[in-house]
Design a protein around this ligand. Structure first.
Ligand code: TTP
Ligand code: MG
Length: 398
């Protein structure tokens, strides 16, 4: 039986929340991001601001130049997280198979939900309606037989979109699209594909898979399958995930170690929070660095015990950075991953053998307090000083 996958992606997420919360911002060009001078970059821009050519990861300075009358706001991550959990709670009422990709985006496998909630289209429409009625926000919904096509579909009709792609519609709706619309096709892959005159998804679908594999390695075969509408990847709730990671691609390469550490701090905050929200703890911390020549290095450390604690993960990843980053190297991507996961309950049981008290590190208490404040008030009353002072220079993806 064919699967039914829904992909939901909120529209101009951070900016829409700010506009919802402040009437004066509605209909205005709103730009959310770092400081207006120095190294700040745009996290997102409202659709009004996009008319000025402003987009995510653009230096804030450039955004100011393009739209001096814009409303420039700092990132209020705690607020966006709170709204994110409200959205995810709506998704969870339709299926347990929800895979959150980032704060504003998730896949839902609703194959088994149709007896209860109607067709995938009915569910998609209802989800949009509920997000609007309960949260006064708009979302774009894509519906298809797999993740790849569902994500393409949600982008097709943005903002406030609703779009379906069936297997039969592949050639008509997907094949004319440029290859850059495919997940996994970055600047470098695009360059290679263009050399072989492959510029649309349709051309890729009809290319020789052996040649693609020869030129691009394993990803070449995967891209060929995706272009032909084949994507067997399951929708994986984080509970079942094997690892939790976040990474960031910089618009401009970074050569400053302090800056890298500060970005890691944000990534680490997000990863640790996601672990705790999913009642998970992990044991292996991995740092990923990609330099300006696309040379990628990954280094791991296995900790003495399982953790979801910000401080412990951050210390481990900083040590890996210290040991592996050569001063002056231009970095274009940095990532953090925690793997070797266990459910909290299982960990607690294990710890009980040795006494729980010892395992409850004092830093865990800080995380618990922060989570409680953030979940309750949605404002980060308490924040680490260094995170407050620095802008968020990154372009975050999962
Ligand atoms: P996106 O879904 O990529 O963008 P968006 O929701 O702002 O706009 P749309 O989907 O309508 O095109 O990202 C979701 C949020 O993640 C975004 O509101 C801000 C944050 N973000 C960054 O902080 N930096 C980035 O480079 C990107 C792309 C997103
Ligand atoms: Mg979005």
């Amino acid at each position: 039986m064919e699967r039914a996958v829904i992909h939901v992606d909120m529209d101009a997420f951070f900016a829409s929340i700010e506009q919802r919360n402040n009437e004066a911002y509605r209909g205005q060009p709103v730009i959310v991001g770092g400081a207006k001078d120095g190294r700040g970059v745009v996290s997102t821009a409202s659709y009004e601001a996009r008319k000025f050519g402003i987009h995510s990861a653009m230096p804030m300075r450039e955004a100011v130049r393009r739209c001096p009358q814009g409303i420039f706001l700092p990132v209020d991550m705690a607020l966006y997280r709170q709204v994110s959990s409200q959205i995810m709670a709506i998704f969870a009422t339709y299926t347990p198979l929800v895979e959150a990709i980032s704060l504003d985006e998730a896949f839902l496998d609703v194959t088994g939900s149709q007896k209860l909630f109607g067709s995938p289209e009915d569910m998609g429409r209802e989800i949009k309606k509920r997000i609007w009625q309960e949260l006064q926000l708009t979302a774009s919904v894509g519906i298809a037989p797999n993740k790849f096509l569902a994500k393409l579909a949600s982008e097709m009709d943005k903002p406030d979109g609703f779009y379906t792609i069936t297997s039969q519609e592949l050639a008509q709706k997907v094949w004319p699209l440029p290859i850059t619309k495919m997940m996994g096709v970055g600047a470098k892959t695009e360059q290679v594909l263009r050399k072989y005159h492959l510029s649309t998804i349709g051309q890729l679908a009809q290319a020789d898979p052996a040649l693609l594999e020869k030129r691009l390695g394993k990803p070449g075969r995967l891209l060929y399958q995706l272009a032909n509408g084949v994507d067997k990847r399951p929708v994986e709730p984080e509970r079942a995930a094997k690892s939790i990671g976040r990474e960031t691609t910089f618009k401009e390469d970074i050569t400053d170690c302090y800056m890298l550490e500060t970005v890691l701090m944000d990534l680490c905050d997000d990863v640790a929070y996601t672990l705790r929200r999913n009642h998970l703890r992990g044991k292996t911390v991995t740092l990923k660095l990609r330099d300006k020549n696309f040379k990628t290095l990954t280094r791991s450390e296995t900790l003495s015990g399982y953790t979801a604690n910000f401080e412990r993960i951050y210390q481990a990843v900083c040590a890996l950075l210290g040991a592996n980053y050569r001063q002056g190297t231009a970095i274009r991507l940095i990532g953090l991953n925690v793997s070797h996961l266990e459910k909290e309950d299982a960990v607690v049981e294990q710890l009980d053998l040795f006494g729980r008290a010892e395992a409850f590190h004092k830093n865990d208490a800080l995380d618990v307090v922060l989570d409680a404040l953030n979940n309750k008030y949605g404002k980060q009353t308490v924040k680490r000083a260094r995170q407050m002072k620095t802008e968020t220079p990154e372009n975050e993806d999962t």
